[in-house]
Write a protein that binds this ligand. Structure first.
Ligand code: ATP
Length: 355
């Protein structure tokens, strides 16, 4: 078993607190992604788990044992970095087998382990080359090969794909997911890219300013963001969040964005005052004026082939809708949009917490 437990983990750099008491459990075999904007503390957290950064406070347990003061190499963890950290003078095979050699494994045993890892990663034909003769994606695979052969209890990935181009990133993402399906090693993966986190992980942990703001299965975080920040951070293109006003008139309670009252049956919101209304671009659909929740004017159209992004204006606020391609859409024209009430996210205007 290689579950990881973080209990009140704190990291201070002088007076600055980079990680502010994180409690978290990663189950044996689970794939967890730490995601958040630059500076939120995700790398620091990962480096503390790896043993590369001293823990200021709290307990870190791996497989039930407190490892706060254990040397990195005694933790039975393999880490894959953004910059690969390969030895330039060694061949791919030597790079992959280096850790095994250090452990005293015989050349024959090493060769068999290296061949197996190379086969999984489809780099057998590259084993004799030097890192300088490889593409970025190939180098990244070698770095992963080096981690695999050690058969560690835990894999830690720190933004492993950020030096690759967009297409290669997607390919390698699939490769990493396939690898986890095969090896089922407990994995923590750090990224600032929410798409990477959502597509790879069983569970995403969203960090902000050194704290966990939400964690859960990707679909749950997408469907029920606890705060405006999570709503906007998870999902692409990002959630629209509009300023609205609650009021109660003859027709009952309604939210107004501009003049038009929006009734949201089944939703709870204050009788009076300001409110934030979150709607994902993919949940907006064009409709007739009679059933419209939002009467907008198209400002900019971005055709993507499969669909079109319509950036619309609604009472001086921007509202992006992801629509089916339609030659009738024109900048400057009026577009009526609706959304199912269950796809509307309401947040408190002051605290930004979900209502
Ligand atoms: P990025 O995606 O940009 O790598 P991150 O979420 O991984 O960001 P960290 O690298 O964990 O962020 O840094 C968290 C905070 O701690 C940042 O404000 C950073 O400036 C600070 N920090 C990191 N390392 C040190 C250090 N050695 N000394 C002082 N402050 C540090």
């Amino acid at each position: 078993m290689a579950e990881i437990q973080l209990q009140g983990i704190v990291k201070k750099y002088g007076a600055f607190c980079a990680v502010k008491g994180v409690d978290l459990e990663v189950e044996d075999g689970e794939f967890v992604a730490f995601v958040g904007p630059s500076g939120c503390g995700k790398s620091t957290l990962l480096r503390m788990i790896a043993g590369l950064e001293e823990i200021t406070g709290g307990h870190l347990k791996i497989a039930g044992k407190v490892v706060n003061d254990l040397e990195p190499r005694a933790r039975d963890i393999a880490m894959v970095f953004q910059d690969y950290a390969l030895y330039p003078h060694m061949s791919v095979a030597e790079n992959i087998g280096f850790g095994l050699k250090m452990r005293g494994m015989t050349a024959d045993e090493r060769q068999s382990q290296v061949a197996q890892a190379a086969d999984i990663l489809q780099i057998t034909q590259l084993l004799h080359r030097k890192p300088g003769q490889l593409s970025g994606g190939q180098r990244q695979r070698v770095a992963m090969g080096r981690a695999i052969v050690r058969r560690p209890k835990v894999f830690l990935f720190d933004e492993p794909l950020s030096n690759l181009d967009a297409k290669l990133r997607v390919d390698m993402r699939t490769q990493i997911k396939r690898l986890h399906g095969l090896l089922k090693t407990t994995t923590i993966y750090v990224t600032h890219d929410q798409v990477e986190a959502m597509t790879l992980a069983d569970r995403v942990v969203i960090l902000k300013d050194g704290e966990v703001v939400q964690q859960g299965a990707p679909v749950d975080v997408y469907t029920s963001p606890k705060t405006r920040f999570v709503g906007e951070f998870i999902g692409s293109p990002k959630m629209n969040v509009l300023d609205g006003t609650c009021s109660t008139g003859e027709a009952g309670a309604a939210i107004r964005i501009g003049g038009v009252p929006i009734s949201l049956p089944g939703k709870r919101f204050p009788a009076e005052g300001k409110i934030l209304v979150g709607v994902r671009p993919e949940h907006l659909t064009p409709c007739d004026a009679g059933e419209a929740m939002f009467q907008t004017t198209i400002d900019v159209l971005e055709p993507l082939g499969s669909d079109t992004m319509a950036i619309c204006m609604l009472d001086g606020q921007e509202l992006t809708a992801r629509l089916a391609p339609d030659p009738a859409l024109r900048p400057g024209s009026v577009l009526h949009l609706k959304v199912s009430p269950q796809d509307v996210h309401l947040f408190d205007a002051e605290t930004h917490l979900r209502l």
